[in-house]
Design a protein around this ligand. Structure first.
Ligand code: B12
Length: 235
């Protein structure tokens, strides 16, 4: 078949499509044994995975105007992500996989490290050189065929040059330290009378990171994610 548009143009078109929802393409990879990528319904392994995610406030501005944000049902952001990304997937001959809906969960953080310049931070979240900790993954496009994507970069992980590590000393509950992340301690503090700063402003340890401050979530978005975390299953 003759290729009428270049690889770069295909990527640019897909980028523009996801941007209509405040989303961004987060790179791609060719799945290999051990990546934990499920086979296609016909039993073949997929040839391409392209990740879709969010950084900063753009996605939340779209989500907050959606029917899912207003219908009062559970998991509005997950349902919005599923509807939007399933629609995008249908338009490009792919199917969608999602970070939510488990357990078991698809290993999105492992996939992200295959696709783009992110690395584990001491918080458990992946840090991005531009977005810092202010980003997440909303889904993946799964293609049977080899679809082109830009090569992964080689940027240095910001945490490697961070001496002060404020993410490990700021948590008011002492739930995030060099010893790890104590989820129970975090949740108990967030729902307690002393947890107002975390409930209203989001995770204080995350906010202490100096990287990507321009992408910091606004108060509504921070409070939304924290309420989802405090209320039960992962956001
Ligand atoms: C279970 C889960 C949680 C559990 C963690 C339980 C635990 N003790 O580890 C809880 C509910 C505590 C949690 C909380 C949060 N989570 Co969470 N979580 C997940 C989920 C659904 C599954 C993780 C998993 O087990 N994967 C399976 C294994 C096999 O996958 P893996 O990639 O190989 O394994 C990685 C993770 O386990 C990770 N990890 C290990 N310990 C921790 C601890 C934390 C806090 C995190 C975030 C990751 C992490 O390291 C592994 C290697 O990279 C993922 C989505 C996904 N599908 O991956 C989101 C995910 C990891 N969470 C995410 C986020 C953003 C959060 C929150 C910050 C949400 C929020 N409120 O904004 C909070 C942190 C709490 C806070 N103070 O704000 C993002 C991280 C994005 C990033 N930049 O890396 C993910 C990828 C979801 C997404 N949509 O993007 N989460």
């Amino acid at each position: 078949m003759t290729c009428l548009i270049s690889d770069r143009a295909r990527w640019t078109v897909l980028q523009a499509t996801v941007a209509e929802y405040g989303l961004i393409l987060r790179g791609g990879f060719r799945p290999e044994e051990g990546d934990g990528v499920p086979n296609l319904p016909d039993g073949r392994p997929p040839a391409t995975i392209i990740l879709i995610g969010n950084a900063g406030a753009a996605m939340f501005e779209h989500f907050r105007r959606s029917s899912e944000a207003a219908d009062g049902l559970a998991h509005p952001l997950d349902r919005w992500s599923g509807r939007v990304i399933d629609g995008i997937a249908r338009g490009v001959g792919a199917s969608g996989l999602y970070p939510f809906g488990g357990p078991p969960w698809h290993p999105f953080q492992r996939w992200a490290q295959r696709a783009e310049d992110v690395a584990p931070s001491p918080t458990g979240m992946l840090i991005h050189p531009d977005y810092g900790l202010w980003h997440a993954y909303r889904g993946a496009l799964v293609f049977a065929e080899a679809v082109p994507f830009p090569p992964r970069g080689r940027r240095r992980a910001p945490c490697r040059d961070c001496v002060d590590r404020p993410c490990l000393s700021t948590c008011p509950a002492g739930a995030l330290t060099a010893d790890g992340y104590d989820v129970g301690q975090c949740r108990s503090h967030v729902v307690s009378p002393d947890g107002g700063a975390c409930r209203d402003g989001g995770c204080q340890a995350r906010a202490a990171c100096p990287v990507g401050r321009a992408f910091r979530y606004g108060p509504d978005q921070a409070a939304f994610h924290m309420a989802a975390f405090a209320g039960g299953p992962p956001a």
